[in-house]
Design a protein around this ligand. Structure first.
Ligand code: LHQ
Length: 262
């Protein structure tokens, strides 16, 4: 938490919004305030045209340790279903359906709903010493916050269940080999590696990016015929943007296009 009591840092620079979870003493476990602030920050970032890409990361040695179990206990009996409906479902849905590219900059352990959070981002870059743990079974719970959805789609049921039932951690290299993260880097290289991708994405075509993300989300449960029709519809829209016309001209003139989001 910073001196103003904020548990999520909001920093916008050259189109890149960096949201830093800031409860390092708990490895950035989610209390109600951090859940609320992160959702509000994402909603604000979605609305702001100056935000072209979002980077999510954690302060200290953890990325996010999931629900703050001490805060959860301290609240007295909480209806877990209501807790998920109030906090986690809108958060994960907002992130997974975010209209701009998102990158999880995984600086350390991602456990429970903290792993779900990382999985809900578009791109994942992890440090070599990061770990991923489906911690839910260790405390007698089922995976939530999208873990069943993301892991089953990426890994298939056998590996997804291995992680969920055994509750053992996997390291970043294994997560990368399994397709859960895009890149693994040494810790000192993390911010530069993510920064390079973020700046590139921030200079990309916003309308085409939003349409591409929606296409890929729908493709996961579509037939080929449906995806082909969906692509044609979205291509029609992308092709009508000024950005596309400008980029065609730039190609012909051998210059670099400047995408404006129109
Ligand atoms: C923590 C936490 C934490 C509080 C580390 N809470 N303090 C949804 C709906 C309803 C109900 C519940 O949950 C959910 C969603 C979920 O996310 S359930 C899963 C919740 N998360 C976990 O079960 C993970 C718990 N944490 C751990 O297993 C370990 O801390 C991991 C493996 C993440 C890291 O281990 P270490 O690197 O050995 O660090 P540590 O355990 O020593 O933790 C450092 C500090 O962080 C420590 O505090 P202390 O005061 O002793 O220094 C921990 O108590 C605190 N911390 N996770 N989730």
């Amino acid at each position: 938490m910073d001196k103003n009591g904020q548990t999520v840092e909001y920093e916008l620079s050259e189109g890149v919004l960096t949201l830093t979870l800031n409860r390092p003493e708990t490895l950035n476990a989610f209390d109600d305030a951090m859940l609320t602030e992160l959702l509000a920050a994402l909603r604000k970032g979605a609305e702001d045209d100056a935000v072209r890409v979002v980077v999510l990361t954690g302060k200290g040695r953890g990325f996010c340790a999931g629900q703050d179990l001490k805060a959860y206990l301290a609240k007295g009996p909480v209806d877990a279903k209501e807790h998920l409906i109030t906090f986690y479902i809108p958060l994960i849905q907002t992130l997974a359906e975010f209209p701009k590219p998102t990158i999880a900059q995984i600086n350390g352990v991602a456990a429970g709903a903290g792993m779900s959070l990382a999985l809900a981002a578009d791109l994942k870059v992890a440090t070599r010493d990061a770990k991923f743990i489906q911690a839910f079974s260790r405390i007698g719970l089922v995976p939530d916050s999208g873990s069943t959805h993301f892991l089953t789609r990426t890994l298939g049921p056998a590996r997804a269940l291995e992680l969920m039932l055994l509750g053992e951690s996997i390291d970043a290299d294994t997560a990368c080999r399994w397709g859960l993260v895009n890149r693994v880097v040494d810790p000192p290289e993390l911010t530069d590696a993510v920064g390079a991708w973020a700046r590139k994405l921030a200079a990309g075509p916003p309308v085409a990016f939003a349409l591409t993300k929606a296409l890929v989300r729908r493709a996961a449960s579509a037939t080929l015929a449906e995806s082909l029709a969906d692509e044609a519809e979205s291509q029609g829209r992308a092709a009508r943007t000024e950005d596309h016309q400008d980029a065609l001209l730039a190609f012909a003139q051998k210059t670099v296009p400047v995408f404006k989001g129109r």
